[in-house]
Design a binder for this molecule. Structure first.
Ligand code: BGC
Length: 726
């Protein structure tokens, strides 16, 4: 993308139709209630336009459930003196698209010559209000440069918006009157009602154009028309309000009533309220990097992505791996939230972290059902999660290289570390926020019930007198069906330990909750004894002589590949060697052992960290393996004083802006965005919490070109400011 590195905005100076889906992702806007990709108001071939609303899932064959693309609120068809405005035709004389991160405003300025030689300047602006999450606005100003005549704009609500061919909505009703239109529709299986309405006004100088409703079935619109003089500017303003039955019945009725009042809204006032809400947001969350314009913009861009996807008033939704910005992973949530995105919220916007963690608590029934279906006690969180917390990982997907073949996806069956990841995030949030109420009422239950799952899942091996965990997938998904993956075993043990710490805490601070939980979960002394026994005997691989930790049993015996000798590459190792071929090697999609050492730094000493860093780093597919890897690799590089930290950091920084993996068109890599924030705070700024003196310490290791890093964190409800100079 032709990006210029202005502190606060991402811009595109030319239109590249071949990168249309990538730029739609980059120019996504949102307000934590909805996310809308940056497709053009007037449409363009091969676009993937979408608006996703948090929690609006619907059933779909094979992949179970997905976020349903909702009626498009941005659509505007523009006729300039009878000619349809489209970048496919005519000439683009000037073009710029800009996403202002400070105010979450997307704008586009186009100077366009129609096939008949009429030149117009069009300036589009759109925002999804953060001050009023049920309100969106889009406005276009059109200047007729060398002609006079008419301007006509048809703004619709398209009930036929589909998910790449699959339509989730049934029409329920619609109405249209003069300059407003309303559409009611319902998702086919989940029966979620959506009410969406619009008004449009078109003005030029002191005249208001004529508007009338065009009540086409499932696609009601308002058509506005005005005469225009040469050199004059006409402005069309489209307001949209929307709500779903997830917001309550009242919200639907209110939305229907509100539609008629929308035209009275003043753009400046509503927009200022939105900007003020964003100012407040950045006041907590901004991160300043001086001396490196690209890193500065990338960090703000990635924080922005987290903020527009963050549910502020809904504790029944999570953030999907691709946020609300694309079709990738169908809106499903993974460990990406708890381990990669959540620390940002925990330490800057704890209320949002609480909502996201509450989602896991509300979905305990789904996790219990999964454990029980697998024959275990306790709660086993799904690898991919949607509305209900049931497992929604597809079992088969088409082979990207040959769509006639299917690939078996094992993650939903055996990538089980997510249960400990959820507990880890809860504990981290609790320690950072001191939110005892959340912990006592919700967090503790998750920690106890996931611990119970681990105790049931660990297998006692009589001849070795130890517990093992076999046949799983660790974070490094190049290797499946492995035994004793360090990451999983160590976090399972940690989860059990935290459960044993939780009980006495509850006894002292929330005895009523302890009684409730003991009764509900029926935890008895024998079970607690078993937990301790698993903690004491769960196998964690370690070679005392070399200090090396084998990622899983038999890993060291797999084929060693000289990855450096394969550069330059443009594909992942799995794509080059095939699934089984890659699994037969030591090449990692992401380095589990280092990841574990990041999360549990007190478990191993510095020499062990260094030995493992040296071993695993050259064996990791940094460029095309997991997008989750580079930011954590940057942190670990900082911890061992390796100067490649910056290179890894920039790989994460560019993941979406530069589409380094060629898949940013599917949506933002949310985990990479969260990891980037962590890489600055816990990597370059070197923030570490010491359990010994219960204080935060910094061990800065700023990249050479950085002059200063500044950010804020919320710890125990207090704001701490960090300002680190070279
Ligand atoms: C990664 C997982 C991640 C998932 C969703 C996979 O490619 O290996 O760790 O959770 O993508 O982002």
């Amino acid at each position: 993308m032709a990006t210029t590195f202005n502190d606060w905005s991402v811009s595109e100076a030319e239109f590249h139709p071949e990168k249309i889906n990538h730029s739609e992702t980059i120019f996504t806007i949102g307000n934590g209630y909805l996310g809308t990709r940056g497709a053009f108001e007037e449409h363009f071939p091969n676009e993937n336009r979408s608006t996703f609303l948090h929690g609006v899932f619907d059933d779909v064959p094979v992949v179970f459930t997905e976020l349903a693309n909702a009626s498009d609120w941005t659509e505007m068809e523009i006729f300039l003196n009878g000619e349809r405005f489209s970048l496919e035709n005519g000439k683009i004389l000037a073009y710029e698209r800009r996403l202002d991160l400070k105010t979450a405003t997307l704008s586009r300025s186009v100077r366009w010559e129609s096939p008949q030689g009429h030149i117009s300047r069009l300036v589009f602006e759109r925002f999804a209000s953060l001050a009023d999450i049920h309100l969106c606005g889009v406005r276009v100003s059109i200047t007729a440069e060398n002609y006079q005549g008419s301007i006509e704009i048809r703004s619709g609500l398209n009930g036929n918006a589909d998910n790449l061919g699959f339509l989730h909505w049934n029409w329920v009703g619609q109405s249209a009157a003069k300059n407003s239109a309303t559409l009611l529709c319902r998702t086919r299986s989940s029966a979620i009602d959506l009410c969406i309405g619009l008004t449009q006004t078109l003005t030029a100088s002191d005249r208001t154009g004529r508007s009338f409703a065009w009540d086409v079935h499932n696609h009601p619109s308002v058509v506005s028309k005005i005469g225009i003089e040469k050199g004059e500017t006409a402005v069309a303003t489209k307001w949209v309000t929307l709500a779903t039955s997830r917001d309550g019945k009242k919200a639907l009725v209110q939305t229907q009533r509100r539609v008629h009042k929308l035209s009275a809204l003043n753009w400046e006032e509503a927009y200022q309220a939105h900007c003020a809400a964003w100012e407040n947001e950045w006041n907590y969350c901004d991160m300043v990097i001086e001396g490196d314009d690209e890193a500065q913009l990338a960090v703000r861009f990635n924080i922005f992505q987290l903020l527009i996807a963050a549910p502020r008033s809904d504790e029944h939704v999570n953030i999907g791996a691709k946020t609300l910005s694309g079709y990738g992973y169908r809106g499903h949530a993974f460990w990406d939230t708890e381990i990669f995105m959540l620390p940002f919220f925990t330490y800057t916007r704890p209320e949002i972290a609480r909502n996201l963690l509450s989602y896991r608590w509300h979905n305990l029934p789904g996790a219990r059902a999964k454990a029980s279906a697998n024959g275990f006690n306790g709660a086993q969180y799904p690898w991919e999660s949607a509305a209900t917390g049931e497992e929604v990982t597809p079992t088969w997907v088409p082979d990207p290289k040959d769509h006639t073949q299917l690939i078996r996806i094992w993650t939903g069956d055996i990538e089980i570390h997510i249960s400990a990841d959820v507990s880890f995030a809860i504990w981290q949030y609790w320690k950072a926020s001191a939110d005892d109420e959340f912990f006592a009422k919700r967090g503790a239950e998750v920690i106890l019930d996931t611990a119970r799952f681990w105790a049931a899942r660990a297998e006692w091996v009589e001849e070795l007198q130890r517990y093992e965990i076999s046949d799983i997938i660790g974070p490094d998904e190049y290797h499946d069906h492995v035994d004793n993956n360090l990451y999983t075993n160590a976090l399972a043990r940690w989860n059990l330990q935290r459960a044993l710490d939780t009980l006495p805490w509850l006894e002292t601070h929330a005895p009523a909750e302890l009684r409730r939980l003991k009764k509900a979960l029926q935890i008895d002394a024998a079970e607690l004894k078993k937990w301790q026994h698993v903690i004491d005997h769960l196998y964690l691989p370690y070679n005392e002589k070399t200090r090396l930790i084998e990622q899983f049993d038999g890993y060291f015996a797999r084929k060693d590949v000289d990855l450096a000798a394969m550069e330059p590459r443009s594909e992942s190792i799995q794509s080059i060697f095939g699934i089984e071929g890659a699994a037969a090697t030591q090449v990692l999609k992401q380095p589990d052992v280092l990841m574990l050492m990041y999360l549990l730094p007190d478990l191993y000493d510095q020499a062990t960290l260094e030995a493992n860093y040296r071993y695993y780093t050259p064996r990791t597919d940094h460029t095309f393996g997991s997008s989750l890897g580079p930011s954590i690799q940057a942190i670990m590089a900082c911890r061992v004083g390796d100067v490649t930290a910056y290179e890894h950091f920039m790989r994460a920084a560019r993941a979406d802006l530069f589409d380094v993996r060629n898949n940013a068109g599917d949506g933002i890599h949310g985990a990479s965005a969260g990891g980037l924030w962590q890489a600055v705070v816990f990597g370059f700024a070197g923030l570490r919490y010491s359990a010994a003196d219960q204080q935060w310490h910094t061990h800065p290791a700023l990249p050479k070109n950085w002059k200063r890093v500044a950010f804020k964190m919320m710890i125990h409800g207090k704001e701490l400011s960090f300002d680190i100079h070279q």
